[in-house]
Design a protein around this ligand. Structure first.
Ligand code: SF4
Ligand code: SF4
Length: 142
């Protein structure tokens, strides 16, 4: 008999558009980019992949490239807390907060809830949708 996970009755989430996750908040400020992201975002911006990597990314051997948060925020956050690349935003941004590593009760109610006011608010996501989002992210970063 398979038992339901702790989030088996669903989890609530609604983005308040506070922009906090797009701003520099110390050691957890990373947006990794998958191969799929590196195909879509430069194209959307009209840049070559190499120009995009040079201008917007930190690239270190053995790691996925990540967006440069040199300043106070992601380079794509505008003054109204909107994402300039929203239609092709990175997979990690699209599937937040339903990442595999966040699907532990103490992580969800701890650091995830602390940094994101949308946690436990708004519409209920069912188990299947939560797992679909987590899996989609894992698959892009295999
Ligand atoms: S921290 Fe949460 S509520 Fe704020 S913009 Fe990010 S996802 Fe939305
Ligand atoms: S790419 Fe867009 S959604 Fe992702 S951190 Fe930057 S501004 Fe936020």
């Amino acid at each position: 008999m398979s038992s339901k996970p702790w989030y088996g009755n669903g989890l609530r989430f609604e983005c308040t558009q506070c922009g906090r996750c797009c701003k520099n908040h110390g050691q957890y400020t990373f947006v990794n980019l998958s191969e799929r992201d590196l195909e879509r975002i430069p194209k959307f911006l009209g840049l070559t992949r190499s120009a995009f990597l040079e201008k917007f990314c930190d690239v270190n051997p053995g790691f996925f490239p990540s967006l440069k948060f040199d300043e106070a925020a992601c380079p794509f956050l505008d003054e109204h807390n909107h994402c300039r690349v929203y239609p092709v935003r990175p997979k990690q941004c699209e599937t937040w907060p339903f990442w595999t590593e966040n699907l532990e009760p103490e992580v969800w109610s701890g650091e995830v809830k602390e940094c994101c006011p949308g946690i436990d608010q708004g519409p209920l996501y069912d188990q299947a949708e939560i797992e679909r989002r987590a899996k989609a992210t894992d698959e892009d970063f295999r």
